[in-house]
Design a protein. Sequence first.
Length: 255
Amino acid sequence: MRMSIFVLSILATGALAGLAYGVTNTFLAGPYLEAAVEMENQAMFLDGTAEDGPEFRVVYEAYREWQRGGQLLASVVLGMSVGALFGLVFALSRRFLLGGNHLVRSLCLAGIMWFVLYVMPFLRYPPNPPAVGDPETIALRTMLYLIVVVVSGLGTLGFFWLGRILKSSRRIKDGRMVACLCIACYALFLAVLYFVMPPNPDAAPEIPTPLLDGFRMASAVGSAVLWASLGVMMGLFWTRLVRGDREEKPRRQDS
């Protein structure tokens, strides 16, 4: 298959997954976002920064409508970016993943990457709704979150290659034992990372607990939808690709 078709297929897969992610967030996280933004509005009304009234509400609703459209577009772009990364990783690692077919292997990789790139950073630095929390800590929170993402991802690659080395050296003949050893070491690595990283600089924003917990839960579900969609569509794509190659070979031989 041509590289251009491969790249376009991966980007299309990511765009569809991003669209599913954006729609899920609109319905699940949207109400919590609206509540958080309204809290910010009420704070502005109290300190005199803005005055509530029909004119303010017209401008506010127009701005929020523009934001909603931008968030959906941003979700599609995010899906394309994550999809490109996922497609590349799957193309390089699909032979080493557990599962009897490409769909199961793709879902397996999606689950691993979801845990490594989202769940682990989420546990240490859970997200807050926009316009909530101390604005002076935004840069620090973002930096700490990205550090956990990068270190967790690099740690996964490191223990993956460690498993390959142990298996190829045949010092440990049982492949399941190699996998269990690497998983145990990686779990220890994550525990150390969790406690070494500094605490959340804005762990308790001034927001009702149900609103905060609801937003975080909705964000986690949206992320799971993104990775599950990528896993399903990438698996179906590779299944179709392999089937097409098998059908193409007899044609070439006949010709």
